[in-house]
Design a protein around this ligand. Structure first.
Ligand code: NAD
Length: 427
Protein backbone atom coordinates (compact mmCIF):
# COMPACT_ATOMS: atom_id res chain seq x y z
CA UNK A 1 0.00 0.00 0.00
CA UNK A 2 2.73 2.42 1.00
CA UNK A 3 4.71 1.46 -2.08
CA UNK A 4 1.76 2.24 -4.37
CA UNK A 5 1.24 5.55 -2.65
CA UNK A 6 4.72 6.83 -3.19
CA UNK A 7 5.08 5.44 -6.71
CA UNK A 8 1.86 7.09 -7.82
CA UNK A 9 2.69 10.34 -6.08
CA UNK A 10 6.02 10.41 -7.89
CA UNK A 11 4.28 9.95 -11.20
CA UNK A 12 1.88 12.78 -10.54
CA UNK A 13 4.54 15.24 -9.58
CA UNK A 14 6.95 14.21 -12.34
CA UNK A 15 4.67 15.29 -15.16
CA UNK A 16 3.95 18.96 -15.66
CA UNK A 17 0.34 19.04 -16.83
CA UNK A 18 -2.61 16.71 -17.36
CA UNK A 19 -2.09 14.85 -20.61
CA UNK A 20 -5.34 15.46 -22.42
CA UNK A 21 -8.26 17.34 -21.00
CA UNK A 22 -7.34 20.01 -18.54
CA UNK A 23 -10.45 20.77 -16.51
CA UNK A 24 -14.13 21.54 -16.40
CA UNK A 25 -16.98 19.48 -17.84
CA UNK A 26 -14.54 17.76 -20.13
CA UNK A 27 -13.24 15.70 -17.23
CA UNK A 28 -14.41 12.10 -16.81
CA UNK A 29 -16.01 11.79 -13.37
CA UNK A 30 -15.29 8.69 -11.28
CA UNK A 31 -17.20 7.27 -8.31
CA UNK A 32 -15.17 4.83 -6.21
CA UNK A 33 -17.06 2.13 -4.30
CA UNK A 34 -14.89 0.16 -1.85
CA UNK A 35 -12.08 2.39 -0.64
CA UNK A 36 -9.67 -0.10 0.93
CA UNK A 37 -6.20 -1.05 -0.25
CA UNK A 38 -7.08 -1.68 -3.89
CA UNK A 39 -9.71 1.04 -4.12
CA UNK A 40 -7.16 3.57 -2.91
CA UNK A 41 -4.51 2.13 -5.24
CA UNK A 42 -6.96 2.23 -8.15
CA UNK A 43 -7.76 5.90 -7.50
CA UNK A 44 -4.06 6.68 -7.57
CA UNK A 45 -3.50 4.56 -10.69
CA UNK A 46 -6.46 6.22 -12.40
CA UNK A 47 -5.18 9.72 -11.59
CA UNK A 48 -1.62 8.76 -12.52
CA UNK A 49 -2.82 7.77 -15.98
CA UNK A 50 -3.39 11.52 -16.51
CA UNK A 51 -6.26 11.15 -18.95
CA UNK A 52 -8.49 13.95 -17.71
CA UNK A 53 -10.09 12.04 -14.85
CA UNK A 54 -11.62 13.55 -11.74
CA UNK A 55 -12.65 11.57 -8.65
CA UNK A 56 -15.95 13.00 -7.44
CA UNK A 57 -17.57 10.35 -5.21
CA UNK A 58 -16.35 7.83 -2.64
CA UNK A 59 -18.33 5.10 -0.87
CA UNK A 60 -17.37 2.44 1.62
CA UNK A 61 -19.09 0.18 4.14
CA UNK A 62 -17.07 1.70 6.98
CA UNK A 63 -16.40 5.32 7.92
CA UNK A 64 -12.80 4.67 9.01
CA UNK A 65 -11.83 3.06 5.70
CA UNK A 66 -13.45 5.87 3.74
CA UNK A 67 -11.81 8.70 5.65
CA UNK A 68 -8.32 7.18 5.56
CA UNK A 69 -8.63 6.55 1.81
CA UNK A 70 -9.84 10.14 1.29
CA UNK A 71 -6.88 11.42 3.32
CA UNK A 72 -4.37 9.26 1.41
CA UNK A 73 -5.56 10.40 -2.00
CA UNK A 74 -5.87 13.98 -0.85
CA UNK A 75 -2.29 13.88 0.45
CA UNK A 76 -1.12 12.48 -2.85
CA UNK A 77 -2.70 15.17 -5.00
CA UNK A 78 -1.99 18.05 -2.64
CA UNK A 79 0.73 20.25 -3.94
CA UNK A 80 0.54 18.85 -7.46
CA UNK A 81 -0.62 21.05 -10.27
CA UNK A 82 -4.33 20.75 -11.02
CA UNK A 83 -5.00 18.96 -7.71
CA UNK A 84 -8.43 20.50 -7.25
CA UNK A 85 -9.37 19.46 -10.75
CA UNK A 86 -8.53 15.82 -10.04
CA UNK A 87 -9.91 15.14 -6.62
CA UNK A 88 -13.13 16.79 -5.57
CA UNK A 89 -14.94 14.65 -2.99
CA UNK A 90 -16.57 16.92 -0.41
CA UNK A 91 -18.35 15.43 2.61
CA UNK A 92 -21.72 15.40 0.84
CA UNK A 93 -20.34 13.04 -1.80
CA UNK A 94 -18.79 10.58 0.68
CA UNK A 95 -21.16 7.75 1.54
CA UNK A 96 -20.90 5.12 4.25
CA UNK A 97 -22.70 1.81 4.84
CA UNK A 98 -23.84 -1.33 3.08
CA UNK A 99 -26.10 0.75 0.83
CA UNK A 100 -23.52 3.46 0.17
CA UNK A 101 -22.99 2.12 -3.36
CA UNK A 102 -26.57 3.06 -4.27
CA UNK A 103 -25.99 6.66 -3.25
CA UNK A 104 -22.67 6.73 -5.10
CA UNK A 105 -24.17 5.37 -8.30
CA UNK A 106 -27.01 7.91 -8.12
CA UNK A 107 -24.48 10.77 -8.23
CA UNK A 108 -23.48 12.65 -11.36
CA UNK A 109 -20.57 10.52 -12.59
CA UNK A 110 -19.45 8.76 -15.77
CA UNK A 111 -17.59 5.77 -14.32
CA UNK A 112 -18.29 3.65 -11.26
CA UNK A 113 -15.32 1.64 -9.95
CA UNK A 114 -16.29 -1.38 -7.83
CA UNK A 115 -13.33 -2.26 -5.62
CA UNK A 116 -14.97 -3.75 -2.53
CA UNK A 117 -15.29 -7.43 -1.62
CA UNK A 118 -16.29 -9.53 -4.64
CA UNK A 119 -19.34 -10.97 -2.88
CA UNK A 120 -21.07 -7.61 -3.40
CA UNK A 121 -19.89 -7.22 -7.00
CA UNK A 122 -22.90 -8.78 -8.83
CA UNK A 123 -25.51 -6.52 -7.22
CA UNK A 124 -23.34 -3.43 -7.36
CA UNK A 125 -22.48 -4.04 -11.02
CA UNK A 126 -26.15 -4.64 -11.84
CA UNK A 127 -27.05 -1.31 -10.21
CA UNK A 128 -24.27 0.62 -11.95
CA UNK A 129 -25.23 -0.70 -15.39
CA UNK A 130 -28.94 -0.08 -14.71
CA UNK A 131 -27.96 3.55 -14.06
CA UNK A 132 -26.10 3.69 -17.39
CA UNK A 133 -22.57 4.06 -15.97
CA UNK A 134 -19.32 2.77 -17.43
CA UNK A 135 -17.78 0.37 -14.92
CA UNK A 136 -14.38 -0.64 -13.64
CA UNK A 137 -14.79 -4.02 -11.91
CA UNK A 138 -12.12 -5.42 -9.66
CA UNK A 139 -11.56 -9.15 -9.96
CA UNK A 140 -13.06 -11.63 -9.19
CA UNK A 141 -16.48 -10.57 -10.43
CA UNK A 142 -18.47 -12.96 -8.21
CA UNK A 143 -18.01 -15.70 -5.61
CA UNK A 144 -20.52 -18.39 -6.63
CA UNK A 145 -22.40 -19.62 -9.70
CA UNK A 146 -25.61 -17.61 -9.04
CA UNK A 147 -23.42 -14.51 -8.78
CA UNK A 148 -21.72 -15.41 -12.06
CA UNK A 149 -25.07 -15.80 -13.79
CA UNK A 150 -26.16 -12.42 -12.46
CA UNK A 151 -22.96 -10.86 -13.86
CA UNK A 152 -23.49 -12.61 -17.21
CA UNK A 153 -26.97 -11.13 -17.45
CA UNK A 154 -25.63 -7.67 -16.58
CA UNK A 155 -22.89 -8.08 -19.20
CA UNK A 156 -25.59 -8.43 -21.87
CA UNK A 157 -27.37 -5.30 -20.67
CA UNK A 158 -24.10 -3.32 -20.50
CA UNK A 159 -23.19 -4.33 -24.05
CA UNK A 160 -26.63 -3.44 -25.38
CA UNK A 161 -26.33 0.00 -23.76
CA UNK A 162 -22.89 0.54 -25.29
CA UNK A 163 -21.25 0.78 -21.87
CA UNK A 164 -17.57 0.04 -21.38
CA UNK A 165 -16.51 -2.38 -18.66
CA UNK A 166 -12.87 -2.78 -17.65
CA UNK A 167 -11.78 -5.48 -15.20
CA UNK A 168 -8.82 -5.32 -12.83
CA UNK A 169 -6.95 -8.25 -14.34
CA UNK A 170 -3.83 -6.11 -14.61
CA UNK A 171 -1.75 -9.00 -16.00
CA UNK A 172 -3.76 -8.69 -19.23
CA UNK A 173 -2.09 -5.29 -19.68
CA UNK A 174 1.46 -6.20 -18.73
CA UNK A 175 3.85 -5.96 -21.66
CA UNK A 176 5.59 -9.24 -20.87
CA UNK A 177 2.33 -11.18 -20.59
CA UNK A 178 1.09 -9.81 -23.91
CA UNK A 179 4.33 -10.58 -25.71
CA UNK A 180 4.87 -14.05 -24.22
CA UNK A 181 1.28 -15.16 -24.73
CA UNK A 182 1.28 -13.92 -28.32
CA UNK A 183 4.17 -16.36 -28.85
CA UNK A 184 1.96 -19.21 -27.65
CA UNK A 185 -0.85 -18.14 -29.96
CA UNK A 186 1.41 -17.72 -33.01
CA UNK A 187 2.73 -21.27 -32.63
CA UNK A 188 6.28 -20.34 -31.57
CA UNK A 189 6.32 -23.07 -28.89
CA UNK A 190 4.41 -25.58 -31.03
CA UNK A 191 1.16 -27.09 -29.84
CA UNK A 192 0.18 -26.10 -26.29
CA UNK A 193 0.13 -29.24 -24.12
CA UNK A 194 -0.04 -28.11 -20.51
CA UNK A 195 0.29 -25.13 -18.17
CA UNK A 196 1.43 -24.67 -14.58
CA UNK A 197 0.12 -21.73 -12.55
CA UNK A 198 0.99 -20.64 -9.00
CA UNK A 199 -0.13 -18.14 -6.38
CA UNK A 200 1.65 -19.34 -3.27
CA UNK A 201 2.41 -16.84 -0.52
CA UNK A 202 2.38 -16.40 3.20
CA UNK A 203 -1.18 -15.33 3.89
CA UNK A 204 -3.59 -12.56 4.60
CA UNK A 205 -4.67 -10.24 7.43
CA UNK A 206 -7.30 -10.87 10.09
CA UNK A 207 -9.12 -7.99 11.80
CA UNK A 208 -9.89 -8.82 15.45
CA UNK A 209 -13.49 -9.11 16.58
CA UNK A 210 -14.73 -5.92 18.26
CA UNK A 211 -17.19 -5.54 21.12
CA UNK A 212 -20.71 -4.68 19.92
CA UNK A 213 -19.91 -5.83 16.41
CA UNK A 214 -22.66 -7.81 14.70
CA UNK A 215 -21.73 -11.09 13.00
CA UNK A 216 -22.31 -9.56 9.57
CA UNK A 217 -20.07 -6.63 10.42
CA UNK A 218 -17.31 -8.97 11.61
CA UNK A 219 -17.54 -10.97 8.38
CA UNK A 220 -17.49 -7.90 6.12
CA UNK A 221 -14.46 -6.53 8.03
CA UNK A 222 -12.83 -9.97 7.55
CA UNK A 223 -14.32 -10.50 4.11
CA UNK A 224 -11.35 -12.47 2.81
CA UNK A 225 -12.09 -15.31 5.24
CA UNK A 226 -15.68 -15.94 4.16
CA UNK A 227 -16.70 -17.72 0.98
CA UNK A 228 -19.73 -15.53 0.25
CA UNK A 229 -17.49 -12.46 0.28
CA UNK A 230 -14.17 -13.60 -1.20
CA UNK A 231 -14.87 -16.95 -2.86
CA UNK A 232 -11.82 -18.32 -0.98
CA UNK A 233 -8.30 -17.41 -2.11
CA UNK A 234 -8.44 -19.64 -5.19
CA UNK A 235 -11.11 -17.24 -6.41
CA UNK A 236 -9.96 -13.98 -4.82
CA UNK A 237 -6.26 -14.19 -5.64
CA UNK A 238 -5.39 -17.19 -7.81
CA UNK A 239 -8.00 -16.01 -10.31
CA UNK A 240 -5.19 -13.84 -11.74
CA UNK A 241 -3.25 -16.94 -12.80
CA UNK A 242 -6.36 -18.90 -13.77
CA UNK A 243 -7.24 -15.98 -16.04
CA UNK A 244 -3.77 -16.20 -17.61
CA UNK A 245 -4.28 -19.94 -18.20
CA UNK A 246 -7.60 -19.21 -19.93
CA UNK A 247 -5.86 -16.54 -22.00
CA UNK A 248 -3.06 -18.94 -22.95
CA UNK A 249 -5.54 -21.72 -23.81
CA UNK A 250 -7.98 -19.27 -25.49
CA UNK A 251 -10.96 -20.65 -23.64
CA UNK A 252 -12.13 -22.01 -20.32
CA UNK A 253 -11.68 -25.42 -18.69
CA UNK A 254 -14.33 -28.06 -19.28
CA UNK A 255 -13.75 -29.96 -16.04
CA UNK A 256 -11.58 -30.06 -12.93
CA UNK A 257 -10.41 -32.31 -10.12
CA UNK A 258 -8.60 -31.05 -7.04
CA UNK A 259 -7.69 -31.26 -3.41
CA UNK A 260 -7.21 -28.77 -0.62
CA UNK A 261 -7.73 -28.11 3.06
CA UNK A 262 -7.47 -25.87 6.10
CA UNK A 263 -4.52 -26.71 8.30
CA UNK A 264 -3.08 -23.45 9.54
CA UNK A 265 -5.85 -20.86 9.59
CA UNK A 266 -7.61 -20.06 12.84
CA UNK A 267 -11.14 -21.59 12.69
CA UNK A 268 -12.30 -18.81 15.01
CA UNK A 269 -11.80 -16.22 12.28
CA UNK A 270 -11.85 -18.05 8.97
CA UNK A 271 -13.78 -20.66 7.00
CA UNK A 272 -11.57 -20.83 3.89
CA UNK A 273 -8.89 -23.32 2.86
CA UNK A 274 -5.14 -22.72 3.17
CA UNK A 275 -4.31 -24.49 -0.07
CA UNK A 276 -5.88 -25.76 -3.28
CA UNK A 277 -4.29 -27.93 -5.97
CA UNK A 278 -6.38 -28.34 -9.11
CA UNK A 279 -6.00 -30.04 -12.46
CA UNK A 280 -8.09 -28.12 -14.98
CA UNK A 281 -8.85 -29.84 -18.28
CA UNK A 282 -9.29 -27.62 -21.34
CA UNK A 283 -10.52 -28.59 -24.82
CA UNK A 284 -8.09 -30.83 -26.79
CA UNK A 285 -6.98 -32.33 -23.46
CA UNK A 286 -4.76 -29.35 -22.64
CA UNK A 287 -4.22 -29.32 -18.87
CA UNK A 288 -3.51 -26.58 -16.33
CA UNK A 289 -1.93 -27.65 -13.04
CA UNK A 290 -2.93 -24.99 -10.56
CA UNK A 291 -1.53 -24.43 -7.07
CA UNK A 292 -2.39 -21.75 -4.55
CA UNK A 293 -1.39 -21.66 -0.93
CA UNK A 294 -1.43 -19.14 1.95
CA UNK A 295 0.90 -20.58 4.58
CA UNK A 296 3.98 -18.83 5.99
CA UNK A 297 7.50 -20.27 5.67
CA UNK A 298 6.85 -22.28 2.52
CA UNK A 299 8.02 -22.08 -1.10
CA UNK A 300 6.31 -19.12 -2.78
CA UNK A 301 5.58 -18.23 -6.36
CA UNK A 302 3.31 -15.97 -8.38
CA UNK A 303 3.88 -17.20 -11.91
CA UNK A 304 2.44 -18.87 -14.99
CA UNK A 305 4.09 -21.36 -17.35
CA UNK A 306 3.06 -22.91 -20.66
CA UNK A 307 4.62 -26.00 -22.23
CA UNK A 308 4.29 -26.73 -25.93
CA UNK A 309 5.63 -29.38 -28.29
CA UNK A 310 8.48 -27.05 -29.40
CA UNK A 311 9.23 -24.91 -26.38
CA UNK A 312 7.90 -23.18 -23.29
CA UNK A 313 6.90 -19.85 -21.83
CA UNK A 314 7.66 -18.82 -18.22
CA UNK A 315 6.14 -15.64 -16.78
CA UNK A 316 6.84 -14.17 -13.36
CA UNK A 317 3.85 -12.20 -12.08
CA UNK A 318 6.00 -9.35 -10.80
CA UNK A 319 9.00 -9.97 -13.04
CA UNK A 320 10.04 -10.81 -16.59
CA UNK A 321 8.88 -13.45 -19.06
CA UNK A 322 11.02 -15.93 -20.98
CA UNK A 323 10.04 -17.60 -24.23
CA UNK A 324 12.15 -20.67 -24.96
CA UNK A 325 11.84 -22.08 -28.48
CA UNK A 326 13.66 -25.32 -29.32
CA UNK A 327 17.08 -24.66 -30.81
CA UNK A 328 17.00 -20.91 -30.22
CA UNK A 329 18.41 -18.53 -27.61
CA UNK A 330 15.66 -17.86 -25.05
CA UNK A 331 13.85 -14.56 -25.55
CA UNK A 332 13.54 -12.48 -22.38
CA UNK A 333 10.80 -9.85 -22.10
CA UNK A 334 11.16 -7.35 -19.26
CA UNK A 335 8.15 -6.41 -17.19
CA UNK A 336 7.63 -2.84 -18.34
CA UNK A 337 5.15 -0.48 -16.65
CA UNK A 338 2.82 -1.75 -13.94
CA UNK A 339 -0.37 -3.20 -15.42
CA UNK A 340 -2.43 -1.54 -12.68
CA UNK A 341 -1.74 1.83 -14.24
CA UNK A 342 -1.81 0.61 -17.84
CA UNK A 343 -5.32 -0.78 -17.33
CA UNK A 344 -6.54 2.74 -16.50
CA UNK A 345 -4.71 4.27 -19.46
CA UNK A 346 -6.39 1.82 -21.86
CA UNK A 347 -9.79 2.18 -20.22
CA UNK A 348 -9.78 5.98 -20.16
CA UNK A 349 -8.40 6.16 -23.71
CA UNK A 350 -11.18 3.90 -24.93
CA UNK A 351 -13.77 6.14 -23.27
CA UNK A 352 -12.12 9.24 -24.70
CA UNK A 353 -12.06 7.70 -28.17
CA UNK A 354 -15.65 6.49 -27.97
CA UNK A 355 -14.57 2.86 -28.41
CA UNK A 356 -16.42 0.35 -26.26
CA UNK A 357 -13.97 -1.69 -24.16
CA UNK A 358 -15.56 -4.82 -22.80
CA UNK A 359 -13.46 -7.08 -20.57
CA UNK A 360 -16.30 -8.56 -18.60
CA UNK A 361 -17.07 -11.63 -20.74
CA UNK A 362 -13.63 -13.22 -20.44
CA UNK A 363 -13.25 -12.02 -16.87
CA UNK A 364 -16.54 -13.68 -15.91
CA UNK A 365 -15.23 -16.93 -17.42
CA UNK A 366 -12.06 -16.64 -15.35
CA UNK A 367 -14.05 -16.09 -12.17
CA UNK A 368 -16.24 -19.07 -13.04
CA UNK A 369 -13.14 -21.22 -13.67
CA UNK A 370 -11.84 -20.34 -10.20
CA UNK A 371 -15.22 -21.30 -8.70
CA UNK A 372 -15.08 -24.58 -10.66
CA UNK A 373 -11.68 -25.25 -9.08
CA UNK A 374 -13.07 -24.50 -5.60
CA UNK A 375 -16.00 -26.83 -6.17
CA UNK A 376 -13.49 -29.57 -7.04
CA UNK A 377 -11.29 -28.97 -3.98
CA UNK A 378 -14.16 -28.51 -1.52
CA UNK A 379 -15.96 -31.67 -2.68
CA UNK A 380 -13.10 -33.89 -3.83
CA UNK A 381 -15.25 -34.75 -6.85
CA UNK A 382 -14.64 -34.25 -10.54
CA UNK A 383 -16.77 -31.27 -11.59
CA UNK A 384 -17.69 -30.23 -15.11
CA UNK A 385 -18.02 -26.64 -16.29
CA UNK A 386 -21.56 -27.24 -17.54
CA UNK A 387 -22.73 -28.53 -14.15
CA UNK A 388 -20.77 -25.94 -12.18
CA UNK A 389 -22.19 -22.94 -13.98
CA UNK A 390 -25.73 -24.12 -13.24
CA UNK A 391 -25.11 -24.65 -9.53
CA UNK A 392 -27.76 -23.15 -7.27
CA UNK A 393 -25.48 -22.92 -4.23
CA UNK A 394 -25.75 -19.31 -3.15
CA UNK A 395 -23.39 -18.44 -0.29
CA UNK A 396 -24.69 -14.92 0.10
CA UNK A 397 -27.21 -14.10 2.86
CA UNK A 398 -30.25 -11.94 2.24
CA UNK A 399 -28.85 -8.83 3.89
CA UNK A 400 -30.52 -5.52 4.49
CA UNK A 401 -28.43 -4.00 7.29
CA UNK A 402 -25.70 -4.89 9.78
CA UNK A 403 -28.14 -6.99 11.81
CA UNK A 404 -28.82 -9.37 8.92
CA UNK A 405 -27.71 -12.95 9.56
CA UNK A 406 -24.91 -14.49 7.50
CA UNK A 407 -25.48 -18.12 6.47
CA UNK A 408 -22.28 -19.42 8.07
CA UNK A 409 -21.86 -18.70 11.75
CA UNK A 410 -19.46 -19.92 14.42
CA UNK A 411 -20.43 -23.08 16.34
CA UNK A 412 -20.80 -23.32 20.12
CA UNK A 413 -16.99 -23.28 20.46
CA UNK A 414 -16.69 -20.18 18.30
CA UNK A 415 -15.29 -22.07 15.31
CA UNK A 416 -16.32 -21.69 11.69
CA UNK A 417 -16.74 -24.95 9.78
CA UNK A 418 -14.84 -25.45 6.56
CA UNK A 419 -15.52 -27.67 3.56
CA UNK A 420 -14.81 -31.40 3.94
CA UNK A 421 -13.78 -33.24 0.75
CA UNK A 422 -15.87 -36.37 0.28
CA UNK A 423 -18.70 -34.84 2.32
CA UNK A 424 -19.27 -31.32 0.98
CA UNK A 425 -21.42 -31.48 -2.17
CA UNK A 426 -19.72 -30.36 -5.37
CA UNK A 427 -22.52 -28.17 -6.62
N1 NAD B 1 -6.06 -6.39 -9.23
C1 NAD B 1 -5.27 -6.53 -8.18
O1 NAD B 1 -4.06 -6.65 -8.30
C2 NAD B 1 -5.88 -6.55 -6.81
C3 NAD B 1 -5.06 -6.40 -5.69
C4 NAD B 1 -5.66 -6.39 -4.43
C5 NAD B 1 -7.03 -6.55 -4.32
N2 NAD B 1 -7.79 -6.71 -5.44
C6 NAD B 1 -9.25 -6.89 -5.35
O2 NAD B 1 -9.81 -5.68 -4.86
C7 NAD B 1 -10.92 -5.96 -4.04
C8 NAD B 1 -10.71 -5.31 -2.68
O3 NAD B 1 -9.54 -5.81 -2.10
P1 NAD B 1 -8.67 -4.94 -1.07
O4 NAD B 1 -7.36 -5.60 -0.97
O5 NAD B 1 -8.76 -3.53 -1.44
O6 NAD B 1 -9.47 -5.18 0.29
P2 NAD B 1 -9.66 -4.15 1.50
O7 NAD B 1 -10.24 -4.90 2.63
O8 NAD B 1 -8.40 -3.39 1.70
O9 NAD B 1 -10.74 -3.15 0.92
C9 NAD B 1 -12.09 -3.49 0.70
C10 NAD B 1 -12.90 -2.26 1.04
O10 NAD B 1 -14.26 -2.49 0.69
C11 NAD B 1 -15.07 -1.98 1.74
N3 NAD B 1 -16.38 -2.62 1.68
C12 NAD B 1 -16.79 -3.77 2.24
N4 NAD B 1 -18.07 -4.01 1.92
C13 NAD B 1 -18.48 -2.98 1.16
C14 NAD B 1 -19.71 -2.64 0.56
N5 NAD B 1 -20.77 -3.44 0.64
N6 NAD B 1 -19.80 -1.49 -0.13
C15 NAD B 1 -18.72 -0.66 -0.23
N7 NAD B 1 -17.52 -0.92 0.33
C16 NAD B 1 -17.41 -2.08 1.02
C17 NAD B 1 -14.26 -2.29 2.98
O11 NAD B 1 -14.68 -1.53 4.09
C18 NAD B 1 -12.87 -1.95 2.54
O12 NAD B 1 -12.55 -0.60 2.72
C19 NAD B 1 -11.04 -7.49 -4.02
O13 NAD B 1 -11.93 -7.93 -4.98
C20 NAD B 1 -9.66 -7.96 -4.36
O14 NAD B 1 -9.64 -9.22 -4.98
C21 NAD B 1 -7.24 -6.69 -6.68
Amino acid sequence: MKRQLSASAALLTAVAAPAVHAAGSDMLRLAMVGCGGRGTGAMMDALSARRGLKIVVMADAFEGRLSSAWQNVNDMVSGTDGAAGWFDVPAERRFVGLHAYEEAIACDCDIVALCGPPGFRPIQYEAAVAAGKHVFLEKPVATDAPGVRCVMATNQIAKSKGLSVAVGHHLRHEVKHKEAISRIHDGSIGELKYMRIYFDDSGIWTRPRQANQTELEFQVQNWYHFVWLSGDHICEQHVHDIDVANWMAQGHPVRAIGMGGRMRRDPKTSEIFDYHAVEFVYPNDVRAFSFCRQIPNCWNSFSEHAHGTKGRVDIEGHGAATVTMDGQTPLRVERGPDGHRLEWEYFLDSLRNGKQQFDADWATESTMASILGRMATYSGAEVTWNDAIQSETNYSPEWTDWNSEPKSKPDANGNYATAVPGVTPAL
